[in-house]
Structures are given as structure tokens and as C-alpha cells.
Write a protein that binds this ligand. Structure first.
Ligand SMILES: NC(=O)c1ccc[n+]([C@@H]2O[C@H](COP(=O)([O-])OP(=O)(O)OC[C@H]3O[C@@H](n4cnc5c(N)ncnc54)[C@H](OP(=O)(O)O)[C@@H]3O)[C@@H](O)[C@H]2O)c1
Length: 213
């Protein structure tokens, strides 16, 4: 697939390496422009391209948001993304290190308001980038793989994102809707930054569902 990656830091560059290794084509982008990404695309090889944020948005059949959530100016013009599968990996960190109080809302619901009409899937939020870089193992049986959670309201989009997660050696696990599954993937939730494999994650999610609300 052609994957546009917005943000080429810890998460963006790590995801780019993994998607390239899995046979996909990527466009990476950042705040400083394509020239600053020359070294990274050289490392990644001919299926990697350095682009502007808007360029990477247009390039991707799937677009990964890996910029700070607090910086809406880092996102492309929403019309460039309309109808596309967009993966929201962003977490609502405050510059001082805490989290924004979103009232009853969740960070991905707020992202969807910034880009109406995209097929939004929340994923890659709960995994530390060092684990993303090192814990994907395609050779492992599915149940033994490190889990990456997906949430969203578009089942077909979730299936595409889940396949990408499987392609890079992780187990994709559906937590539900953008609102309720998404809430479960927010910082400070019990699955945030945990290293459950698929077998453990399934049990843990089932136990959570049995708890009285
Ligand atoms: N770090 C983790 O383990 C982790 C795990 C899960 C989710 N996340 C989430 O993933 C997102 C990225 O985190 P990260 O750790 O990868 O951050 P990071 O290493 O600081 O990288 C951020 C990237 O966003 C770009 N960026 C920042 N402001 C921008 C702007 N105004 N316009 C265009 N691009 C801009 C930066 O470009 P420049 O390099 O040019 O400044 C950089 O490429 C965050 O929302 C974070 O909450 C992080």
C-alpha cells in the first residue's frame, strides 16, 4: 500500500521503517520540509519518499498521523484527506507533560472534528515507540505477538489498518467504536503502554467488560 506518514519522529520514522520492511511504499513528512528527511529516505530505500505534509497526505491511500495532538497546524488541509483511511496515533499530551481535559470527549473524536469525512482509525497510541521498533515478530504465532489496538466506526477501514499491523509482525485487536474503544486507548487507561500479547490482551479486555460500569 501507499502510506503517507505525517511526522517523522519516534513514531513516524519507526512506522516508516516497519512498513518499508513489510513491502509497502511510504511518504514521510515533518515540520521542516523534505530536505530535512533526505537521510531517512536514503536509509529506507527507493520505496520511501520525502514530502511536505500536504504531499504525504495526497500520496497515502492510508495516512498515519504521528505529530503532536496539540498542534492542529501540523495537519494537512482536511479536504486532502476526505474519504481516506487515516490512522490517529496521537495522544493528547499537554506541553507540560500532562493531558488535556477533554470533558466527555476523546482525543480521536476531537481529531475527527478537525478532518470531517475521513475514515478514522485510532491505533498505535498505546505502544511505546521502542516497543514498536523491536517487538514486531511475523514468525510468532498470532496469539504470542505483541498487541496493537484499533478503534473506529468504519469496519472496513479497521480491517485495512489491522492488516497493516499484522504485516509488521504485531497482533491487531479491535477495542470497538471510536468513542468507547478510543477511550480505552487513551493515556492512563489500563492497556496504555502495556506489553500484552494477543492471548493476554483478549483475556484482559474480556475481564474489563465484565466489570460493572
Ligand atoms: N513516542 C511514543 O512512544 C509514542 C507512542 C504512541 C503515540 N505517540 C504519539 O505519536 C505522536 C508523535 O510522537 P513522537 O514521539 O513520534 O514525537 P516526535 O518524535 O517529537 O516527532 C514529532 C513529529 O511531528 C512533527 N511536527 C511537530 N510539529 C509539527 C508541525 N507543526 N507541523 C508539521 N510537523 C510537525 C515533527 O517534525 P520536526 O521533526 O520537523 O519538528 C516530528 O517529525 C504524538 O502525538 C504522540 O503522542 C507517541
Amino acid at each position: 500500500m501507499k502510506i503517507g506518514i505525517l511526522g517523522a519522529g519516534n513514531i513516524g520514522a519507526t512506522a516508516a521503517r516497519l512498513f518499508i520492511a513489510a513491502g509497502h511504499e511510504v511518504a514521510v513528512s515533518n515540520s521542516r520540509g523534505p530536505d530535512s528527511l533526505r537521510e531517512l529516505v536514503q536509509e529506507l530505500g527507493p520505496r520511501a519518499h520525502a514530502m511536505t505534509i500536504d504531499g504525504a497526505a495526497v500520496f497515502g491511500e492510508v495516512v498515519l498521523l504521528a505529530v503532536p495532538w496539540r498542534s492542529p497546524e501540523a495537519l494537512p488541509r482536511p479536504e486532502l484527506l476526505r474519504g481516506k483511511i487515516v490512522i490517529d496515533a496521537m495522544n493528547p499530551y499537554h506541553p507540560d507533560g500532562g493531558f488535556y481535559d477533554l470533558g466527555g470527549s476523546t482525543s480521536s473524536e476531537e481529531v475527527l472534528k478537525r478532518m470531517p469525512g475521513v475514515r478514522l482509525v485510532k491505533a498505535f497510541n498505546t505502544i511505546y515507540y521502542v516497543h514498536l521498533a523491536s517487538r514486531g515478530h511475523k514468525e510468532l504465532p498470532h496469539d504470542d505477538r505483541h498487541t496493537i489496538y484499533v478503534a473506529g466506526d468504519d469496519a472496513a477501514a479497521k480491517a485495512v489498518v489491522s492488516q497493516l499491523i499484522e504485516d509488521i509482525g504485531f497482533a491487531a485487536m479491535d477495542t470497538g467504536s471510536l468513542r468507547e474503544g478510543g477511550r480505552l486507548q487513551e493515556p492512563e487507561s489500563p492497556i496504555y503502554n502495556q506489553t500484552y500479547n494477543a492471548r493476554e490482551a483478549r483475556k484482559f479486555l474480556a475481564a474489563l467488560q465484565r466489570q460493572p460500569q
